[in-house]
Design a protein around this ligand. Structure first.
Ligand SMILES: [Zn+2]
Length: 167
């Protein structure tokens, strides 16, 4: 079973009729075949995003975003053979709780992009090839950005706030 299949299975689980919003560690472990990666390694990555209030990994669960973030870290660390951060602080965990959340662009150009702020600065996807995104232009314009793109700067702040709200 490839990684792509695993992530598609998890996405399907989040959108099936049961409308699963959280994943137990056992549901997550069952998405993988028995030899790759090892269950112990999966549990190690999974437990990285647990809070101190959830000391027992075997009864723990994550929302769909933390599940996707765990899958992403597993993918990166298996593929690159590197080890990730030993721990995740509270602020990073808050961001990871929205790992796969995207908000629509609020720029004036009707660009149809969507934004995610898990990296703090902002990541965008999609969009309309005919309309350059105003917020993207704002981010690219360096030290003079506030001179020419105040409205797009405000749009960026608003999108970030929207992204940070509990979903
Ligand atoms: Zn835009």
């Amino acid at each position: 079973m490839g990684w792509f299949t695993v992530s598609n299975n998890l996405l399907a689980l989040t959108t099936n009729e049961l409308n699963v919003k959280t994943f137990s560690v056992s549901t997550f472990l069952h998405q993988f075949n028995s030899n790759r990666p090892s269950p112990r390694f999966i549990e190690k990555i999974w437990s990285r995003t647990l809070t101190r209030k959830q000391p027992n990994i075997h009864v723990s669960s994550h929302n769909q975003h933390l599940t996707m973030a765990t899958l992403y870290m597993l993918h990166i660390e298996t593929a690159s053979n590197s080890s990730g951060p030993p721990d995740i602080d509270q602020d990073q965990r808050e961001s990871l709780k929205r790992f796969a959340k995207w908000v629509p662009c609020k720029c004036k150009n009707n660009c149809d992009k969507e934004w995610n702020f898990v990296n703090e600065v902002g990541l965008s996807k999609g969009g309309n090839a005919k309309q350059k995104c105003g917020v993207e232009r704002y981010l690219e314009s360096g030290p003079f950005r506030n001179l020419f793109g105040r409205a797009d700067g405000v749009a960026l702040v608003q999108m970030r706030e929207l992204w940070c709200q509990a979903s």
